[in-house]
Design a protein around this ligand. Sequence first.
Ligand code: GLV
Length: 408
Amino acid sequence: MVKAYNFDLSGILSIDDLRSLAEKRVPRVVFDYLDGGAEDEITLRENCRAFQDVTFRPRHAVAFGACDMSTSVLDMAISMPILLAPVGYSRLMHPGGEIAAAAAAGEVGTAYILSTISGHAMEKVRAASAGPVFYQLYLLGGRGAAEAAIERAKDAGFSALVVTIDTAVAGLRERDFRNGMKQLLGENSFAKIPFLPQILSRPGWLLRFLRDGGLPKLPNIVVPGEGIMPLVDINAALARAAVTWNDLCWIRELWRGPLVVKGVLTGEDAKRAVDEGAAAVVVSNHGGRQLDSSPATLRVLPEIVNAVEGRAEVLMDGGVRRGSDVVKAICLGARAVLVGRAYAYGLAAGGREGVTHSIAILRSGLERTLRLLGCSSIASLDLSYIRTNFHHANLLPRLTGTRHSSMG
Ligand code: GLV
């Protein structure tokens, strides 16, 4: 693996600090791909803002020794309720890419989810982590390619399959268009010229990129009769990635292990996913990258938890930047959260070390929040630790006792 550069951790206290560093380290087209959202980025901002509408009800003057942050997802033990979400094009952020992220997750005993749009072979990614690794499936390359990927994921020892259902087409991510993502990933060298200054202004990144062999292919998409798919821009990728409920049927037949449906925003879709065999759903608006003006995930989380009625686990992603955000999501009924940008900023800023640092920031924030709340374990978090002004507050009492029993 390409060695991470020296990474100065002094002064990097928050995910936002890592974001600023990432912005300085990678070309604008890479940073904006990671940082940006669809259209007016309303949902992107709302995902973060919704956390501000939840405040805490701490219990003071209580003392306890160790804080138990462990939990399980799909019966797999993890050291904290934070999983690393699938992030496309990770190898462009840093050559270590998906391997670095998986290794960093495994090191702290949590799970990593590998995106279909990945630059390292899934077998290597699986082997890099000591923890559980899930595979996120898009139908890029058609059913034949997906079937081959599912077989490979089974053979390589992936623990769950995550099917993303919110990509009928790609959301309009205006920053990607303006930065020339399509041209830079395309074949026509002349079309790239206007967009090159942003690349040349990040010589460190450029050197690592060239040493890594330039644009990676997509080694986890092998199209029957055509071979490994070359890197395509996100619009081309997602336009060919749409999944329907009918697809879930054959996917489940092939993949006999735990199935996770990601991209659920309504109680109806959550119920449908569970009826189709999902063992977990991810409440997700794709980090505000798909349908702008979708609600913040934290706000719809209670609706989904109620709809699922304990028949599947409910995970969520979107806007998590602090350990305290994780606590809020768990109080509102999530089993665990997925973080995407939060660790990808670390990856872009400093490779594996950067990911490790971002996980450490979240983990220490989580522990600090629990201690300040006077709550000794993740398992005992419940609604009694928060206040919200969410509109569907009338639904909240039903949450209590479905997953946590220690209200009061
Ligand atoms: C990939 O899934 C993306 O949203 O960019």
